[in-house]
Design a protein around this ligand. Sequence first.
Ligand SMILES: Nc1ncnc2c1ncn2[C@@H]1O[C@H](COP(=O)(O)OP(=O)(O)OP(=O)(O)O)[C@@H](O)[C@H]1O
Ligand SMILES: [Mg+2]
Length: 186
Amino acid sequence: MEKKTCIRTKVLDRLNYLTNEQYIEASKTIETQLINSSYWKDAKVIAITVSKKTEVDTYGIIQKGWDQKKTMVVPRADFKTKKMTFYKLTSFSQLEEQRYGLMEPKQTLCQKISNHDIHLVVVPGVAFDINGNRLGYGGGFYDRFLATSHAKTIALAFDCQIINEVPMESHDKKLDQIISENGFLL
Ligand SMILES: Nc1ncnc2c1ncn2[C@@H]1O[C@H](COP(=O)(O)OP(=O)(O)OP(=O)(O)O)[C@@H](O)[C@H]1O
Ligand SMILES: [Mg+2]
């Protein structure tokens, strides 16, 4: 098996062993650290994905953003062009389930936001290392997007997603920061 595929399988398997209590508690700790960070405080427009079952919970984070009058934008992925378009989300009812169980904004209900207007990107991923390297789900969506973005990048990860070394390729960009339940990694 290819090295990246092997790591994805291993880490995704580890995530399945988190208990519901561990998931809730670690997510809450990570959320608090993010919201108290200068990355968050300095950003008015924040891009974020809506979390799936084994990802750090982002529902509370999105709600905090709304409470603080920030513009929270979430992507829709086009699997033909492998590109993402971001939309301003103002209610969870504007989401619909798309392929791979992704919760994405309904285009008819949400305002499109230009990539250049985003200040902070909360980047999803499967595995990370302490050099700020990231391994995603394999689509290259975030790599393509970040290649042309000047936004700050931060990832939220459970400690079991931090591995010794993520194999990097030339198209991969390092993250500015990673937050786990044990704090800031970089
Ligand atoms: N900037 C880019 N331009 C063109 N192709 C790219 C770019 N970035 C990545 N790709 C391609 O996308 C594919 C997937 O890349 P990779 O394995 O790094 O995905 P990933 O980091 O797991 O996914 P994601 O970025 O969505 O989290 C690779 O074949 C890669 O060559
Ligand atoms: Mg990549």
